[in-house]
Design a protein around this ligand. Structure first.
Ligand SMILES: Cc1ncc(C[n+]2csc(CCOP(=O)(O)OP(=O)(O)O)c2C)c(N)n1
Ligand SMILES: [Mg+2]
Length: 412
């Protein structure tokens, strides 16, 4: 990094490369190009075989929209168009929900802007029986698993049809049927939970792989290390992703690494580790499929750094213009994940402006209709909301005496 934070130690601590007013310049392109890296056999690959993959960057889509190299997953047109539709749905959904937040119809919101490919490509590469342990930046996995949008919006409003009865912050989804584990506000807890469930899955002999995601900032939590430690020792079927989107609210990722890539940290735990372009749908799909194959064969965990850029604000409560140049995301060498897959489909001759326009319109209508339907079960301004009694229900199988006492005191 060019700039350093003043420190009393002789060490240099990384800082954000650009601040408001600076001209952001990431060098125009990534150093690593599609086709640069070999794809080791997932069934014989050792940790040391992945050293270069952990330091480098697996990419498939080149700047011309072509799929290049050994990591090309060779997906058919239908699967790719489905992936594009899921990503467009997430982006349109996010934009609409953000507008709802700004007009007082939601209390809080978090978008996946710029990171749409991650949860979508990775969940598409898994099997239905696999378990998802997401952070708040992977709601898109629910679209892949077919969650009803009305139910998602009811949760964000916290109305009577919210499946968690207003107990969680908006965007902290829970969806049992989709094996989408409840999102935790204290960041990082999902990593060790994923490893634990994967250990149980291996113990029972089930082919149920767990996947989890946490952010660059969150990887500084102990939870990250507990998870890698157990994953290293017990070799459960788990895929552990660090989504390096450059920012942890206003703290730059360089403060969390100390020079090496996030992926390289997995090597020290003897876990095969790969760094992948998080804006490249095909590369993400391919690396995740590779990791699943290892997990399913009983070969243990894979550690993945997903290299991307958080294009939007951290949340509806954040103003990034206070700590980074406004147009920094436009200079990101990874580009826009939705545009890149769209360009690939155009290059294959199966997509055009008209199809794109029609799909956008269809999704827009779908989101508006879902929002209106959700409001029939209560809106933020006037309710109705879940009854106060739900503070005491649906958490404990056997209600502890002190909670029972509180409930009686409230008279609900
Ligand atoms: C244990 C804990 N510490 C702090 C916070 C406040 N907090 C919420 S999100 C966040 C930043 C996380 O950044 P990162 O892990 O990079 O994920 P990103 O938001 O970039 O996806 C912080 C500090 C929290 N929710 N939980
Ligand atoms: Mg981050």
């Amino acid at each position: 990094m060019e700039r350093t934070i003043a420190t009393t130690t002789p060490y240099t601590i990384g800082a954000a490369p650009f601040r408001p007013g600076d001209e952001p310049d990431f060098g125009g392109a990534f150093v690593h190009q599609p086709g640069d890296f070999y794809r080791p056999d997932p069934l014989t690959c050792t940790t040391s075989d992945t050293k270069e993959l952990a330091a480098g960057l697996v990419r498939v889509l080149n700047d011309g929209g072509e799929a290049i190299g050994e990591w090309n997953p060779n997906l058919d047109d239908e699967t790719l168009i489905q992936g594009l539709e899921f990503m467009m749905r997430l982006r349109i959904f996010d934009d609409r929900m953000m507008k709802m937040q700004r007009t007082g119809k939601l209390s809080f919101y978090m978008r996946s802007f710029g990171e749409e490919a991650i949860a979508i490509a990775q969940t598409m590469a898994l099997q239905e029986q696999d378990w998802l342990f997401p952070s708040y930046r992977q709601p898109g996995a629910q679209f892949v698993r077919g969650r009803d949008m009305v139910s998602m919006i009811c949760h964000c409003i916290g109305n009577t049809e919210d499946n968690v009865r207003g107990r969680q912050m908006p965007v902290h989804y829970t969806w049992r049927e989709g094996r989408f584990i409840s999102i935790s506000s204290p960041v990082g807890t999902q990593f060790s939970q994923a490893v634990g469930v994967a250990m149980a899955s291996a113990y029972k002999g089930d082919d149920e792989v767990c996947i989890s995601w946490l952010g660059d900032g969150t990887s500084a939590q102990g939870d990250y290390h507990y998870a890698l430690n157990f994953a290293s020792t017990f070799k459960p079927p788990v895929i552990l992703n660090v989504v390096n989107n450059q920012w942890a609210i206003s703290t730059h990722a360089s403060l969390a690494t100390g020079g090496h890539t996030f992926a390289e940290r997995g090597l020290a735990y003897d876990i095969p580790s790969i760094r992948v372009d998080g804006n490249d749908f095909l590369a993400l799909y391919s690396v995740t499929k590779w990791a699943r194959e290892r997990a399913s064969a009983g070969l243990g965990a894979t550690h993945i750094e997903v290299y991307t850029y958080r294009a939007g604000a951290h949340s509806s409560s954040d103003d990034p213009s206070a700590y980074r140049p406004n147009d920094e995301f436009k200079c990101w060498p990874g580009g826009d994940p939705v545009e890149r897959l769209r360009q690939h489909l155009v290059t294959r001759g199966v997509w055009n402006d008209e199809k794109n326009h029609d799909l956008e319109k269809k999704i827009d209508d779908e989101v508006m209709t879902a929002y209106k339907k959700a409001c029939e079960f209560g809106d933020l301004a006037s309710g109705p909301f879940p009854p106060a009694s739900t503070i005491f229900t649906e958490v404990y199988e056997t209600v502890p005496w002190h909670v029972q006492e509180q409930r009686e005191e409230l008279g609900k």
